[in-house]
Design a protein around this ligand. Sequence first.
Ligand code: ASP
Ligand code: MG
Length: 406
Amino acid sequence: MALVVQKYGGTSVGSIEKIENVARKVARVKDAGNDIVVVLSAMSGETDRLINLAHSITPDPDERELDSLVSTGEQVTITLLAMALNKMGYRARSFLGFQIPIKTDSAFTKARIEDILDGKIRQELKRGTIIVVAGFQGIDAEGNITTLGRGGSDTSAVAVAAALKADVCEIYTDVDGVYTADPNICPDARRLDKIAYDEMLELARAGAKVLQARSVEMAKKHGVPVYVKSTFSDEGGTLVTKEDEEMEREVVAGVTQDKDQAKITIVKVPDKPGIAAKIFAPLAENNIVVDMIIQNASVEGNTDMTFTVSRKGIKQARQIVENIAKEIGAKEVVVNENVAKISIVGVGMVSHSGVAAKMFSTLYKENINILMISTSEIKVSCVIESKYTELAVIALHEAFELGKRD
Ligand code: ASP
Ligand code: MG
């Protein structure tokens, strides 16, 4: 007998039929003699719909209210699943974040889980109850409802698994695992049986949508083994786990792309101490995440500062940067929204040289201009024009022979 945590994403609970399908899958785990805790997302499209409702009232809704609103999508799915299980003769109970409670900080729309009290869940499990928990939400110290950022129910599931010391955390979605590249772009993409936490973390941060990056961070920290599986097939699956010798020791594990990128250049910034702090502190204060940063060599006391931010937040970022530019006496601000970031990731890079060079020459062969570069121990990222995204992914996937196996 094991303690199993399963999470089902929006496409897995997008209709009554699909919720009933999930109920049957959950029942099978229970019938096999296991304890089970299920974490759910809202029905697919629901969170977007709720956000749009808010924006139809105001472009800038109060974030406390926004969190209360968008958290309702999960209340619908967890209650329906509990009902479906009850109908099948199982004892099932749904719990919202505050009913457990899942305690978070007060950073509305991107809260962090601080603690999960497991008393109520354990008590119910002892009675044989199937527990159904609302993903994506929690409660702060003042009793406000918070949400964990888009895709946050992955993090809810891993956090619940960590708190309960569950044997496994299974993330059910509409793809059957983690691939060497987005299969929608690259028909040659191959599913990985296993991937190291660090690789998955970099892939998620670099734009792979399978898991929320924070959930991988948490899984790594608490050593929770995470299986990514398809709700609609019993085949396949990818295990996200500690690095081990058995893992296929390829230099590169995968290629990923992120089109949610915009590039901002502040032209002719007076080059003196404190300038970078003046530019980036106000962006940080406004919770704008800056990804890559390049400062050019200065010419006659002036330099250009270029960096990337999320395209979704470009309006706010632009406004802030234009104000700073005036303040520090820079010449102008140039924004390019037609860029994308392409990354290759693999723990094997640590012990191999020439990986970045191979990436650059591959892009060169396709005549793709590289606008920015950044590297870490296990990742190389290039910003390119977004119209070349697919071409770049396919070319890199082939160059690193990610599709081929003997
Ligand atoms: N429903 C939330 C979202 O759409 C959380 C999740 O699905 O993980 O972002
Ligand atoms: Mg998701």
